[in-house]
Each structure stands twice: as C-alpha cells, then as structure tokens.
Design a binder for this molecule. Structure first.
Ligand SMILES: Cc1cc2nc3c(=O)[nH]c(=O)nc-3n(C[C@H](O)[C@H](O)[C@H](O)COP(=O)(O)OP(=O)(O)OC[C@H]3O[C@@H](n4cnc5c(N)ncnc54)[C@H](O)[C@@H]3O)c2cc1C
Length: 224
C-alpha cells in the first residue's frame, strides 16, 4: 500500500498483480498494476482499509544484472555510470551498506536505527517553487525529475537548510546523527515529544523555505 521505494526503484516497477480481500463485499478481488494506482509512497490501498492484500505477483527480469542504476549515490558507490547495470547481488549488498550508514537498517547495536524510517516525504514541487527554495536557502536543492514539469526535492536537505542539525536535540527524541530525515527514539520519550519535534521541523521548513512537509508514517491516535 505504500509503494515502498528507495535508491531509484519503487516496488511498483516489478509488481504485475495484487490480490486482495474486499471487506465491503466480502469477495476476493484482483488488481492489475495500473488499477493499483501506484504513486510516490502511495497506491489506491493507502488511507483506506477496504482491501486486505493477500498476495502480490512480481515480474522480474531473467538476468543476474539489476535494473539500470539511476541514483547518483548508488552509481558512485558501485563505480558505474548513470543508467548502467551491475550484478544484482552487488547492488543489494551496496544498498544495504549505504542504508546501514544512515541508520536505516535495524541493528540492536546502533541506537540511531530506532526510527520509523523517513519521517517526512520528499515534497514534489513545480519549477517556480524550486527557484524560490534556491533563493531562500541561498543554495541549489538536490532535486529529481518527477514528470509533468515537477521536481522531487530532498526533504533531508530542506530540513538541514532550515537550520535543523543531525543529532539534535539530544534528549529522548531527536534527529538522527546519521540522517536528517529520521527521527530517533533514544529511550524514555513520549509520542508528544516526537510530535513537538516533528511540528517544529515542519513549521521551520515552511517558514524558512516556504515548503510544506508531509508525514510519511501513518499516525495512529494522534495528529501533527
Ligand atoms: C528503518 C526504516 C526505513 C525505511 N525506509 C523506507 C524507504 O527507504 N522507502 C520507503 O518507501 N519506506 C521506507 N520505510 C517505511 C516502510 O515502507 C514502512 O514502514 C512499511 O512499508 C510498512 O509496512 P509494514 O507491513 O511493515 O507495516 P504495517 O504497520 O503492518 O502496515 C502499514 C500499513 O499498511 C496496512 N497493511 C498492512 N498489511 C496490510 C495488508 N495485507 N493489506 C492491506 N493493508 C495492510 C496497515 O493497516 C497500515 O496502515 C522505512 C521504515 C523503517 C522502519
């Protein structure tokens, strides 16, 4: 339902069909990829508890090579040109290593890995907003073509350019030392502590850079 994605790929790239149980009609249903209405971090299933997904069918290429790499950090780490392919096994190892370096792999020995992953989504903006961000931040934001004349901007960059620092505040809940987009729990924190920090970040980015950040995890029993 989230259309999980990272390092230039989304799960919808390889999904062929989704099977679900319809709680409204008590019938089983099937959806083609198009009918799933996948988008960035979303699908027709997100935000609606009508369908319980029971199975997913994937179509993978019969090759030991992964899909062409279109993510700068990954292509640099693998030492391949943008759009080139590399052994899938090597890509997998490198992606896990890069994620571990950002505290995004659960690790009992790494207190920075206690998070819900990225707390905010990368906002998708038009070229006018992108130019305004560049002026307000006095720096060029990293952005990716999101189609239809829009650009996906790195939320972690926006957070840091709005004045928030990795590792701060140092209390029970704070921004990860390894990744500005992850809010980590260091023990003894409450939901309210997390919400106070998240509100400060959302409001700070809005007032300094004029962009509204939206939360990625689903909040249960509370609101930002
Ligand atoms: C450390 C970390 C790093 C992350 N990095 C990324 C990332 O790089 N990219 C990214 O896209 N996401 C990322 N995430 C978010 C991740 O994709 C979500 O946490 C995950 O998809 C939630 O799915 P779940 O089944 O684990 O959770 P759940 O909480 O079980 O489910 C999430 C939602 O899906 C619903 N749901 C669960 N099962 C079904 C089902 N069978 N049918 C219908 N609805 C169902 C639940 O009701 C709930 O609303 C990260 C998370 C963490 C913790």
């Amino acid at each position: 339902m989230q259309n999980v994605g990272a390092y230039g790929q989304e799960v919808s790239d390889t999904i062929a069909r989704v099977y679900a149980f319809d709680r409204r009609t008590s019938q089983f249903a099937e959806f083609s990829r198009v009918e799933c209405d996948f988008k960035y971090r979303g699908s027709r299933f997100r935000g609606d508890d009508r369908f319980v997904i029971t199975a997913v069918e994937f179509v993978l290429g019969a090759s030991s090579l992964g899909a062409p790499i279109r993510y700068g950090e990954l292509s640099r780490a693998l030492d391949v040109a943008d759009g080139e392919r590399a052994p899938a096994e090597k890509i997998r190892e490198m992606v896990i290593a890069l994620r571990r370096g950002k505290g995004m792999v659960i690790d009992a020995a790494d207190s920075e890995s206690v998070s819900a992953g990225s707390f905010f989504m990368n906002p998708i903006v038009d070229s006018e907003t992108l130019a305004k961000i560049e002026i307000a931040a006095a720096a060029k934001p990293p952005s990716f073509d999101a189609g239809e004349g829009k650009f996906k901007v790195a939320a972690a960059w926006l957070i840091e350019h709005a004045g928030f620092k990795k590792g701060e505040p140092s209390g029970s809940v704070g921004i990860s030392k390894k990744h500005a987009l992850a809010l980590v729990h260091r023990g003894g924190g409450t939901t309210e502590d997390l919400l106070v920090l998240a509100r400060a970040i959302r409001d700070g980015v809005k007032s300094k850079l004029g962009v509204e950040l939206h939360v990625e995890p689903i909040l249960v029993g509370c609101k930002l």
